[in-house]
Design a protein around this ligand. Structure first.
Ligand SMILES: *Cc1c(COP(=O)(O)O)cnc(C)c1O
Length: 400
């Protein structure tokens, strides 16, 4: 058993799908002295990170930065656009979609939580036709918002957001489109404006390679217009004061100054490489990891090859092997943290994160930890996932 002052040698393999490993460049930036958030230098930093985040969300419209975890930004999206008792259509892709639904219920919204039956919905992306069908039946336009998760971190499935937008438009429905891309942003292709999203919610500790502690709402003009009439109570989360003060790079209350230093550095890294390269890098890692999983003869949680997540891979453990027992073994023997199965799939799968500050060798080592753990657990593997991933990465050089 490790105590906090008996740090193991070498580096810990933090391979959960968020918080993700933080690059040293970002950690160094965060360690700089805190400055006056009302002073002259702060406005420059504020304007820079707000502009950089617009580029990353691919939007020309305001982005809000909260000193909060992603859950806060979920709440912010709802309280700024909706009124008590409003009807909201939410889609069950997995555990995070379920948590967002619970949060909406606590805010006294009337949610309708639709999806494919049973576990099926947790193995595929959003079925846009189900959303279109439900919206067409809502001739009185009682549904005020459609809420979907872009990258379902509990399963490793990325949904087609443009298809959801088309479903809403084809039904001729005025509902707002609210999208959780907390774990997708800056890893998986995401286009707030082009896809016609009204509010995108994101967070710092996944694709943005920062520690936990800041989160985002990207807005549309339609969302801002809705916020003028939305009656759910809000103070800390209110967009109006934020939008007003952000124009000069300042915030209505104390922002997470040091995390914003880190954000500025992380944006430089992401935008310096270019969004297209960052997306391609994650797709390639995901392919390599899936190649390894296939060589073990194991199934991925995602059953639709078109929507495998570039951020993480959910791996189903063989019947009779509790995935959490396996994870604990791998952690204690090899100092590698893997994501647990959440909600409906607890014990049946584990998750390998391949996001943020990663590389081929990190992922090969992670697969090695899994492979050793599976063998120690008595699983007869038909082949080596490590070897398969090495071959994949060697044969498919990273785009430059
Ligand atoms: C991590 C995550 C959340 C929750 O964010 P917190 O920062 O833990 O509050 C919500 N949705 C998705 C898809 C996530 O990956």
């Amino acid at each position: 058993m490790l105590s906090l002052n008996q740090h193991p040698t070498g580096r810990h393999f933090l391979q959960i799908p968020g918080p993700s490993p933080v690059p040293e460049r970002v950690l160094r930036a965060i360690s700089l002295p805190t400055i006056d958030h009302r002073g002259p230098e702060f406005g420059v930093l504020g304007r820079k990170v707000l502009a950089d985040m617009q580029t990353i969300f691919q939007t020309r419209h305001p982005v809000i930065i909260y000193p909060a975890s992603g859950t806060g930004a979920w709440e912010a999206a709802l309280v700024n656009t909706l009124s008590p008792g409003d009807h909201v259509l939410m889609y069950e892709t997995g555990h995070f979609a379920s948590l967002w639904n619970k949060l909406a219920l606590r805010l006294q919204l009337q949610t309708e939580f639709i999806g494919l039956p049973g576990i099926e919905g947790w193995r595929r992306g959003v079925q846009a036709d189900l959303i279109a069908e439900r919206l067409r039946a809502d001739t009185g336009h009682r549904i005020r918002a459609v809420c979907v998760v872009h990258n379902e971190t509990s399963t490793g499935v990325t949904s087609d957001i443009a298809a959801v937008r088309r479903a809403i438009d084809d039904a001729g429905h005025p509902a707002l489109l609210l999208v959780d891309s907390i774990s997708g942003l800056a890893c998986a292709d995401y286009r707030h404006d082009e896809w016609g999203v009204d509010v995108t919610i994101s967070g710092s500790q996944k694709g943005l390679m920062l520690p936990p502690g800041i989160s985002f709402n990207a807005l549309s003009p339609k969302a801002i217009a809705a916020s003028a009439h939305a009656l759910l109570p809000k103070a800390f989360w209110a967009w109006d004061d934020m939008i007003e003060m952000n124009q000069t790079g300042y915030f209505p209350y104390t922002p997470s100054t040091n995390l914003l230093y880190g954000l500025s550095e992380a944006c430089d890294m992401v935008l310096g490489q270019g969004l297209a390269q960052v997306f391609a890098r994650h797709q390639r890692w995901a392919q390599g990891v899936r190649t390894g999983v296939r060589a073990w003869g194991l199934e991925t949680q995602c059953q639709d090859p078109a929507v495998h997540s570039p951020v993480l891979t959910g791996v189903m453990t063989p019947a009779g092997l509790d995935a959490d027992v396996l994870r604990k073994l791998i952690h204690s023997r090899f100092d590698c943290s893997l994501g647990t199965g959440l909600g409906k799939v607890k014990g049946q799968m584990f998750r390998i994160g391949h996001l943020g500050d990663s590389n081929d060798l990190t992922l090969i080592a992670t697969l090695a930890a899994c492979e050793m753990g599976l063998k120690l657990s008595g699983v007869a593997l038909p082949g080596s996932g490590v070897q398969a991933a090495m071959d994949y990465f060697a044969d498919h050089p990273a785009p430059v």
